[in-house]
Design a protein around this ligand. Structure first.
Ligand code: ADP
Ligand code: MG
Length: 361
């Protein structure tokens, strides 16, 4: 074959490759465009909630999901006088009948997760959170030590008894109080995704006050990138991210939640008092973590665990997280050290040089 013919064939092949390349790129774009995006945000559950869907039917599905969230808000509101949750609290010390089945379901999940982390997350924490004044009109303040000692006695998830068949709940001691603040947003995320799925949505991003649930693959097929808040910077600045690709999804979804000492706190005499209480001491948890991020399939469990691992702290928390299947975690310390479970290695990306990744042990 002479050179001219060779060149001509090469050009034709190359052009073919280029044209095919452009064509397939067009197709990708076209596919991307077909997946119409819909997003809406609403304040509820004491926080900002964003639901985003990809694909047809988003607006209707999101509206359905929001009305489901409203139901859950009413169900789990600690401060609503008329709620079943309050009925159980007011009648602590005796059994209460006619309790809403869904509330019993949330309570039994909460009890299960409390067992999983040996009461570091404890839904009967209410006597302590109320004593510290979180959610009160006057705002939080440091209680007297004797008061803390007394309130600690009223925190014990093993003294919460539930009977779904009978529709009853029973807190053993008078003065015990349920507080579902550390699981409510996770549970709500669980149900929001459930509604979206029922409505035929296959890809979605749900963010309920930092409790993220991802459904399906991102439309452009790149990994989902969930930022981890820098615990010592302005809200919205990430120190790293957790990247979630298709193979990280379990049953086509995954949840990511962070608990941090920067979410709600006050300063008194140069000491920071934050809103995550250690049931063992009655004081804000202080076992080496200033932020804990959990990744697992189940949003309720992820929320409860993020609080539980925070309370357990760096050593015990990492040990527990490492021992649980389907659970990965990232811990950040006051000194900007980052510790993570082994399964996080490929998912976690450090974005801020002020932080250092450390090996545990
Ligand atoms: P956030 O609500 O800031 O996202 P969490 O999920 O960690 O963070 O939940 C914190 C809330 O949970 C507190 O505001 C309080 O109502 C409740 N809480 C605090 N300490 C505990 C605990 N040890 N176990 C269970 N709930 C807790
Ligand atoms: Mg939580």
């Amino acid at each position: 074959m002479n050179n001219k013919i060779m060149t001509a064939i090469t050009v034709v092949i190359l052009l073919g490759v280029v044209i095919f390349g452009v064509y397939s790129q067009r197709q990708d774009q076209a596919e991307d465009l077909e997946l119409e995006e819909y997003e809406n945000t609403a304040m509820m559950l004491d926080t900002v909630n964003t639901l985003r869907t990809y694909g047809p039917g988003g607006e209707e599905a999101v509206a359905e999901a929001f009305s489901r969230l409203e139901e859950i808000e009413l169900l789990l509101d600690l401060y609503d006088e008329d709620s079943d949750l309050n009925k159980i609290n007011r009648n602590a010390g005796s059994e209460v009948e006619d309790i809403n089945q869904e509330l019993l379901e949330v309570l039994s999940l909460a009890k299960e997760y409390a067992e999983e982390n040996e009461g570091a997350f404890d839904p009967t924490i209410g006597a302590l959170t109320l004593l510290w004044g979180w959610g009160s009109e006057e705002g939080p303040a440091v209680p007297a030590e004797e008061e803390i000692e007394e309130a600690i006695q009223l925190v014990d998830y093993e003294k919460l008894h539930l009977d779904k068949e009978e529709g009853t709940a029973y807190l053993e001691e008078e003065g015990m109080i349920l507080d579902l603040g550390a699981i409510a947003k996770g549970y709500a995320g669980d149900k929001a995704i459930e509604v979206l799925r029922e409505q035929g949505i296959e890809r979605a991003f749900v963010n309920l006050g930092g409790n993220i649930v991802l459904l399906g693959e991102k439309p452009d097929e790149t990994p989902w990138r969930v930022g981890i808040q820098n615990p010592r910077s302005a809200r919205g600045s990430a120190m790293g991210s957790v990247d979630i690709s298709q193979e990280d999804l379990i049953d086509n979804q995954i949840a990511v939640a962070t608990s941090g000492d920067y979410e709600r706190y006050f300063d008194d005499n140069d000491t920071r008092y934050h809103h995550i209480v250690d049931p063992a001491t009655g004081y804000p948890a202080d076992e080496g973590a200033v932020s804990t991020t959990v990744v697992s399939e189940n949003p309720s469990r992820t929320d409860a665990l993020s609080t539980g691992l925070f309370v357990l702290g760096l050593d015990r928390g990492l040990e527990l997280a490492e021992s649980l299947t389907g659970v990965e975690a990232v811990f950040i310390t006051e000194d900007k050290e980052v510790y993570k479970t082994s399964g996080m290695d490929e998912k976690f990306q450090l974005m801020d040089d002020d932080f250092v990744i450390k090996e545990w042990q």
